[in-house]
Design a protein around this ligand. Structure first.
Ligand SMILES: Cc1ncc(COP(=O)(O)O)c(C=O)c1O
Length: 391
């Protein structure tokens, strides 16, 4: 079904001020998200924070159902977190590793994840190994299959990396992980809100995501999914008396759901905003969102490819809505500044956020333009024009 772009843009206050092509950083919140948050903050100011939460308790509780619906999970498999990294860390650090255990990951792995692998490797003697890429630059499932042996303890990959449009074959990895009974952790940061996500179809055991990126929720939100069977066996690396019931002076009992990974105090206005963002995305349709955002990204790649001195870096056969590029004689921050002077938001991606990939491909700091479905062809043309005028 075609999207009602006029309505969607009318519901996006930010488009009146900027051409926003930084949806991989943080998208523009639609009006229903903003209004939901403001209404809750107002109630907190009027009647008190605890009282406002009590008043909204049913809606706050149903956020778990909303996240579950978004990714095809059950509500007891969901924890709400302040960002994607905390979600990822809570699950990763709950896994136990011994000397010689193998952690298999991708070349385009996100920096926050990789430093955690390094820390765990240093502490435990586990080893980190990179799954080779295929000719298109995506993780090669055949190569992964060949790496499997009894010492592989975890397959942990990034679905869409932070530095480009590459989409790794998450479901094929899921089939391999399942066939060998290996835990599978999926960083879905740049995928959630950009395309349909179904944890059953993917076959991952753990998934982490933020609210603020393509999902268009508020900053300071995220969530964790852990498959029930695994979750019930995992002891969170840190607990409080909400995630674990203090049952007797010398004993606690972990909650029987993924909220064992949470702590007590939370930003309920933001959580409600996350719930509103999920409803908003589901009402539009994730398949429609994916089609349009990818088409805009592809249009941008075509226009940029015609500009002398522009180099595109996106890998994979069918790249998603993250376009990374460089412009000869202008560093990425100068391009970003120039775009901002023309009212256009883009971001940059530095080598340290994907160090292995940046080293292997000798990447400079890249300009990252990430359109979303509410952008227009004119937005895309405006960025291409801006880049062209850099000379
Ligand atoms: C691929 C990827 N993983 C993880 C993260 C971290 O997410 P957060 O900043 O919500 O912790 C990002 C953020 O840009 C990302 O792009």
């Amino acid at each position: 079904m075609a999207l009602d772009l006029d309505r969607l843009r009318a519901e996006t206050p930010g488009v009146a001020h900027r051409i926003h092509l930084n949806n991989a950083g943080a998208s523009l919140m639609p009006a229903p998200v903003l209004e939901t948050m403001i209404a809750h903050l107002r109630r907190e100011a009027e009647i008190g924070g605890y009282e406002a939460a009590a008043e909204a308790s049913e809606r706050i509780d149903s956020i778990y159902d909303q996240v579950a619906r978004l990714i095809g999970a059950s509500r007891d498999e969901i924890a709400l977190t302040p960002n994607a990294t905390v979600a990822w860390q809570m699950a990763f650090y709950a896994l136990s590793f011994r000397e010689g255990d193998r952690i298999l990951t991708t070349r385009a792995e996100y920096g926050a994840n990789f430093v955690a692998y390094l820390q765990v490797a240093r502490r435990t003697g586990a080893v980190i190994e990179i799954i080779p890429d295929d000719a298109s630059g995506a993780l090669d499932p055949d190569a992964l299959e060949r790496m499997i042996d009894g010492r592989v303890r975890l397959i942990s990959i990034t679905w869409i990396p932070t530095n480009g449009g590459l989409v790794n074959p998450a479901a094929e990895v899921g089939r391999i992980a399942k066939a060998h009974g290996i835990a599978y952790l999926l960083d879905a940061c740049q995928a959630v809100g950009q395309m349909p996500v179904d944890v059953e179809a993917i076959g991952c055991d753990i998934l982490s995501a933020p609210g603020r990126k393509f999902l268009r929720g508020p900053r300071g939100t995220g969530f964790l999914y852990v498959r029930r069977e695994l979750m019930m066996r995992l002891e969170p690396p840190m607990i409080d008396h909400d995630g674990a019931h203090w049952a007797a002076p010398d004993r606690y009992e972990l909650r029987p759901d993924a909220r064992r990974f949470e702590s007590w105090e939370n930003n309920y206005a933001a959580r409600l905003g996350l719930g509103a963002a999920i409803d908003y995305a589901l009402a539009i349709g994730l398949a429609e969102i994916e089609t349009r955002s990818r088409a805009l990204a592809s249009q941008l790649r075509d226009l940029l490819a015609e500009i002398p001195g522009v180099k595109l870096y996106d890998l994979g056969r069918d790249p998603a809505a993250i376009v990374s590029f460089s412009v000869a004689r202008h560093d990425a921050s100068a391009v970003k500044r120039h775009a901002a002077e023309h009212g256009i938001n883009v971001s940059t991606s530095s080598p340290s956020s994907t160090l292995l990939d940046a080293t292997a491909r000798n990447l400079p700091t890249l300009v990252r333009a990430s359109p979303h479905y509410f952008n227009t062809r004119e937005d895309i043309e405006a960025l291409a024009r801006g880049v062209r005028t850099l000379g």
